[in-house]
Write a protein that binds this ligand. Sequence first.
Ligand SMILES: *[C@@H]1O[C@H](CO)[C@@H](O)[C@H](O)[C@H]1NC(C)=O
Ligand SMILES: [Zn+2]
Length: 300
Amino acid sequence: MKTYLSFVLLLTVVDKIFAGNGEYWNYEDHGPYTWSQTYPECAGWRQSPLNLDYFDVVYKKFPPFVFSSSFDRPHVFNLKNNGHTVVGELPTGMPRNEIPQLSGGDLPGIFRFTNFHLHWCVLLGESPSEGSEHTINHVHGAGEAHFVFTNEVTKQTAVFAFIITMLPEGESSAWEAYVHNAVKLIRHGTHTQFVGNLMKLMENGNYFRDFWRYNGSLTTPPCSEGIIWTIFSHHIIFSYNELQALSLNVLHKDFRPIQLRNNRVIYHSTLGNTADSLRYCFSWLRAMPTIFIIVIFLDF
Ligand SMILES: *[C@@H]1O[C@H](CO)[C@@H](O)[C@H](O)[C@H]1NC(C)=O
Ligand SMILES: [Zn+2]
């Protein structure tokens, strides 16, 4: 009995140390505030995530994104609990011309799909106060979906991010099948398969026109910089039960807190519609105090 107990204890310890493919980081005792001790880049000047808003941004017209047809086709994804999240990847032997491919939107070159994964947090009440990585006007969504793409020539990474909004039960989404499979991946290293369509996961009715763009980093160690972030205004909908099932079965939480902006430019795409022009008008309100001071100054 004693031997058995020590064995279990040893296994638990080993499991903790090597949680995440032998990488020494997590979201608990070796959480985000300690990462830079092992991964110096995590203390860099161009880190992610950031807070985003509609006022402290530069409005800019972006060319539309161009998606290859394989984006809107069902694919068999390998889902794996990598110790930090559940990551969805295409089979390694997949013919290159079938791998979904992205360009346009001022991305430098052609980017191929690499993986998708989520960030979330255990839900304590009906309205989430954390879970997403980026915040909008300092407000967190219940979670965040990341679609990671790689430019095979420059090795640069671009990420499409969608904030997850929680709706009451009864809503079913393209993510239902994902959750059904992902919640079985309780232990680190376990994997399963899931048939999904990337366009549907990014949701119909999303025209990929309304987004923020900035230069940041991976939100997990090694926190490498030079990542092109595109965060869409369009949210992805999950039900309370779907999110709760993920956080209770797989991981309690896996999001990194907001990082310093350090004078980085954040662009927001302009659509050329009324709502957007209004926002653009209001963005000038920021300048009001300055104008006011100048008026007072001229008065004397
Ligand atoms: C990101 O950095 C690159 C290289 O320095 C620069 O060309 C590009 O304009 C930057 N993009 C944004 C959104 O700041
Ligand atoms: Zn991510």
